[in-house]
Design a protein around this ligand. Structure first.
Ligand code: DP6
Length: 345
């Protein structure tokens, strides 16, 4: 007899970036992100008990297609959580997953994918033991397990904003799981994020490799210090809603992230010429029109164009008139701050 569990979990975009880790997915600095709404992964976990417990038995399907290439990442996730979840070798798993965004969009699916899978595992624990966690403990556990799959995934569990990493200014913060940031000014509750898809191909350097290049990086100690300082500062900005300060801090963080990549050994560049074209166009428009347009980047060439909802019409006009020309196949994804994962029937 088989049982099934299904969760939908969103992606997130960091405002203060996680870049560098040690030990078992422990971040070298604290980070904070907006949880997104429209970019999400839906994962169904079907499980049935099996006779032998020597090894994992996993089949993964992406959009109904068997994906052998996804298996190693899931096996390594199961290995990473095996000290916390003891039953994984006792069941045969079928994992059916799909993303709301095109697989080849250059949008990382690890945050949404790993958080959706971790939520399924936590629900499975509840089903097996007949024990119900309270909601906060359930999400904390799902966040902790997600982190062991992909660091940034642990922030996707919460609505609005979530921070991850022990930090003196954030009570209850931990290196092992994210915590919700609930004091945000209303302006941030429906902040918009249009993701301008400059390059929809596979990333040339994975985040995992990028993180490892922070070991022995000449600027590592300063970077970690700056990031932690920025987290203290953004905490106040997120409370008081000062968009000028928000813009400066978020853009500095994005550029500092890429500066770390450019000064690693070996060094690498994830910017593309069109990334810079878009950034310059947005800055030019902002300077001329006094808008609160903000750019940020993750570890790739796509530009996350952030703006308050009240400026959406103006932003969309700029996107359609000037920015889509620099996007691959004119493609972009309209997203905004979202309300976290949901369990599906
Ligand atoms: C630049 O979470 O993808 O997006 O822990 O190795 O899976 P792993 O890395 P990942 O790194 C994300 C890096 C980032 C910044 C951020 O999201 O904070």
């Amino acid at each position: 007899m088989s049982n099934s569990i299904k969760w939908q979990s969103p992606s997130n975009i960091a405002l203060v970036k996680y870049w560098g880790k040690r030990d078992k997915q422990i971040p070298t600095n604290a980070s904070i992100s907006f949880t997104l709404k429209n970019c999400h992964t839906t994962t169904e976990l079907i499980y049935e008990s099996k006779e032998t417990t020597a090894d994992y038995d996993i089949n993964v399907f992406l959009e109904d297609e068997l994906k052998e290439s996804f298996k190693p990442k899931i096996i390594s996730f199961f290995d990473n959580i095996s000290h916390k979840v003891s039953f994984l070798k006792q069941y045969k798993f079928t994992i059916k997953t799909s993303n709301s965004f095109p697989h080849s969009s250059g949008i990382a699916s690890s945050a949404s994918g790993m958080s959706a899978l971790a939520l399924c595992i936590c629900s499975m624990e509840e089903q097996l033991t007949d024990k119900k966690f309270n909601k906060a403990d359930f999400l904390k556990r799902a966040s902790m397990l997600s982190r062991l799959g992909s660091g940034s995934a642990c922030r996707s569990l919460y609505p609005g904003l979530a921070s991850w990493g022990k930090h003196e200014a954030i009570p209850g913060s931990s290196d092992e799981y994210a915590t919700p940031f609930t004091d945000a000014h209303p302006i941030f509750k429906d902040f918009q994020d249009t993701i301008l898809l400059v390059d929809q191909g596979q990333k040339e350097v994975s985040s995992t490799v990028g993180h490892s290049l922070m070991n022995g990086h000449p600027f590592a100690a300063n970077r970690f210090q700056e990031a932690n300082k920025n987290l203290s500062i953004i905490k106040d900005i997120l409370k008081n809603g000062n968009l000028q300060d928000f813009t400066k801090l978020v853009e500095q963080e994005a550029l500092m992230l890429h500066a770390m990549m450019m000064t690693s050994d070996p060094y690498f560049l994830l910017f593309k010429p069109n990334t810079l074209q878009i950034i310059n166009k947005i800055w030019e428009y902002r300077n001329q029109n006094n808008t609160n347009f903000v750019i940020t980047l993750d570890a790739g060439a796509n530009v996350h164009f952030l703006y308050p909802k009240s400026e959406a019409t103006e932003a969309m006009t700029l996107i359609n008139n000037e920015l889509i020309a620099f996007c691959e196949n004119n493609a972009y994804i309209s997203d905004e701050v979202g309300s976290g994962p949901i369990q599906l029937a």
